[in-house]
Design a protein around this ligand. Structure first.
Ligand SMILES: NC(=O)c1ccc[n+]([C@@H]2O[C@H](COP(=O)([O-])OP(=O)(O)OC[C@H]3O[C@@H](n4cnc5c(N)ncnc54)[C@H](OP(=O)(O)O)[C@@H]3O)[C@@H](O)[C@H]2O)c1
Length: 376
């Protein structure tokens, strides 16, 4: 199910804390960084914080700039993004500023939390998600029922930690503030638990006043049939490679990337790469990795089009090459149409051999665009 692009935003001290333990809110961002945050808020469809942040900080979470609100209105958006919060307990202060400022609000909670929640203003939609709160269900609900395509999450640490650990965060935006908290009881940005192994990808660094903005994206593929944010990033890259293929009237343009479990790119390839008129994307990528590379067993192959099941131009089809390489997970955007091979079912061949195949239809348009002349 499609989910919004999820951007985690936080300001953090040099020693990794989100706040101190005093009753007052610790201002970590510089004035210039608060303005940057305002700009990011103006660019999203919804802003989410956990109930702990509402209790601790009593935030309003508004777009403060009149010009940015006017630009949103001119673009047909509400002046303020939707505000969302999560609470399992329903222990919420109905007088908190969150409920009485800005536009629409939504409370995601559990069945019990909905029973316990106080009466909230009429602009608030209360959505119980069952006995437990499942983040993927919450994000799908925001996407499908509220049209949220871009979600900014402004903390706190409990919420950030879960979204990152569950592979649901597309991007981290951290403002590093030049001060120390030095109190081990203060809330940390990220708590303990299972994070991706390996390194995230640095997207940007930028001084903003005396703070430094760092933007990262996760890189590690998902492990089962539930897509992680990094799966979409890698598959998008495969679709970009497809757009770079030398054009052909007799074969598809396809891009492929092979990524190790820790998010390291092992190889990439594209159709007709290197002047070979018949080479396929997955074939070109796999040929660059030694067959003895132990990382292949935990790797994911991203291919804009499902790997071929049959072909005349080479002895082994791409599904066979993937199986022979020992890869156990494939992510693709587009099932092969009957244009050149009737009933091609590379995904079925792979799944039949025990490989997890994930199809992300939200990227099908990106995969088909370089092939419009073949499939209309
Ligand atoms: N520096 C920054 O940029 C920044 C930004 C935001 C916050 N902060 C700081 O972060 C601190 C608050 O962080 P926090 O970790 O305590 O709180 P939080 O992440 O804001 O909220 C945690 C609460 O959200 C609800 N929740 C989260 N996941 C849930 C799930 N899976 N199921 C059900 N409910 C769930 C629970 O509410 P219930 O308890 O109601 O069940 C939980 O106690 C404050 O000190 C604040 O100042 C700093």
């Amino acid at each position: 199910m499609p989910v919004p692009y999820v951007l985690l935003s936080a300001a953090v001290s040099l020693d990794g804390y989100l706040d101190d333990t005093s009753p007052d809110r610790l201002l970590l961002s510089s004035a210039a960084d608060f303005d940057r945050v305002d700009e990011v808020r103006a660019s999203v469809d919804a802003i989410l914080v956990g109930a702990g942040t509402i209790r601790a900080d009593n935030p309003r979470l508004l777009v403060n700039s009149p010009d940015r609100r006017a630009a949103r209105l001119a673009a047909g958006q509400p002046a303020y993004p939707l505000k969302a919060t999560v609470s399992g307990s329903g222990d919420l202060d109905p007088t908190a500023q969150f409920w009485h400022t800005g536009g629409d609000k939504i409370l995601y909670t559990t069945d019990k939390g909905a029973e316990r929640a106080p009466a909230l203003p009429a602009t608030t939609d209360v959505v119980p998600l069952g006995p437990d709160l499942d983040w993927r269900t919450l994000l799908t609900h925001l996407h499908d029922t509220r049209g949220v395509r871009r979600l900014m999450v402004e903390g706190g640490g409990t919420v950030h930690t879960q979204l990152l650990q569950q592979g649901l965060a597309d991007e981290l935006q951290l403002a590093l503030a030049p001060l120390f908290v030095g109190d081990r009881h203060a809330p940390r940005l990220f708590g303990p638990g299972p994070y991706q192994h390996g390194r995230l990808r640095l997207l940007e660094t930028r001084p903003v006043g005396d703070t430094v903005l760092m933007r990262y994206e996760p890189t590690a593929p998902g492990t089962g049939d539930l897509p992680h944010a990094a799966d979409r990033h890698w598959l998008r890259l495969a679709c970009e490679l497809a757009a770079q293929c030398p054009p052909s009237d007799t074969a598809f343009s396809v891009g492929a990337v092979v990524v190790a479990a820790d998010g390291t790119e092992l190889a990439r390839g594209y159709s007709r790469e290197g002047g070979d008129p018949v080479v396929h994307a997955e074939e070109a990528a796999l040929a660059k990795i030694p067959a003895t590379d132990a990382r292949l067993g935990g790797a994911t192959v991203y291919s804009s089009l499902e790997p071929c099941a049959r072909r005349a131009s080479r002895p082994r089809a791409c599904a066979r090459l993937i199986l022979d390489a020992g890869v156990r997970r494939v992510v693709t955007a587009w099932r092969e149409p009957d244009t050149f091979v009737a009933g091609a079912d590379g995904a079925g061949v792979l799944a039949g051999a025990g490989v997890t195949v994930v199809v992300l239809p939200e990227l099908e348009t990106a995969a088909t665009t370089p092939n419009r002349h073949l499939v209309g």
